[in-house]
Design a protein around this ligand. Sequence first.
Ligand code: DP6
Length: 344
Amino acid sequence: MFQQTCIAPVNIAVIKYWGKRDEELILPINDSLSMTLSTDQMCAKTTASASSNFKENVMWLNGEKVAFDENPRSARCLKEIKRIASAKGQPKFPLNLKLHICSENNFPTAAGLASSAAGYACLVYTLACLYGVEDEELTQIARQGSGSACRSLDGGFVHWKKGDNPNGSDSLAHQVISPSSWSNMRVLILVVNDSKKKTSSTKGMRLCVETSELINHRAEKIVPQRIENITKAIKTKNFTDFAEITMKDSNQFHAIALDTFPPCIYMNDVSHSIAEFVHRYNELAGETKVAYTFDAGPNACLYLEEENVAGVVAGLKLAFPNDNAGNVEYVKGIPINGQSYEAY
Ligand code: DP6
């Protein structure tokens, strides 16, 4: 039996990916940019085994059997890895051996906490290690599992360029700065609700591309400038500019989600109260100390620097005591990731 285990981190976008121009190859309509989180507290862990005793490819996700060959995304990732392994010649074992794959997230799955990003990044990297092709350009393959997954294959801040080629060969993710360049950057995850989201990102963005009159304006006229400006803010560690762009982009993403018909509503009242808290906190502090961003769910991710964690957490605990149902359940201070993925 041949076996490989890997872990991969979550990434949280500050410029959101929302909308595809090619559903099959998962090619986005706009660039996006994210920070990769440390694997200590939030990560996916995957073990893949190949054996001549296995009759079919089987996958378990958090202990539950899920489709593998029947899922076009996982099937495509495996096909691509095998294609590279075969092109390189002398594969480590016969490519027709069937696989058993176990994957687990140590955080709520499909609750808008980037579980598919960590999950597919981990699957692709584990398969790449298993088949001995880990030195290849894997972001292209991870992207075909779940778009945001391509950003979890690198640490620090990562930019996924939408690319122009119809075959997706230039739709790749690359590191903007290494984690050590902004080592005091932290993320607080505020779990407002850990149940599975009503409208998946995939479905929500498809509907948004089909029905929103604002989405193309965002993709063409707003995002390119934002990417340029936030890259500059990140490279110069200008937290004020970074925070403003991050919050504006989160707000705009939710505005276009709302412009979908029927609307996609991801934030709830608690989410809006958290956004209000952040603006008030910054106002009272007289400077920008913290920024929020919300993905396709009600949970909040707050970006801030290490020296402000204690003050912000104290304020949050006062404003959102954990003993009330529907309020924020827990807060975690997660550092920027020093390493993008690990293989055992
Ligand atoms: C709101 O990568 O989960 O988190 O490509 O269809 O799998 P698919 O979508 P997915 O979408 C993530 C959307 C987002 C924003 C982001 O991470 O950039």
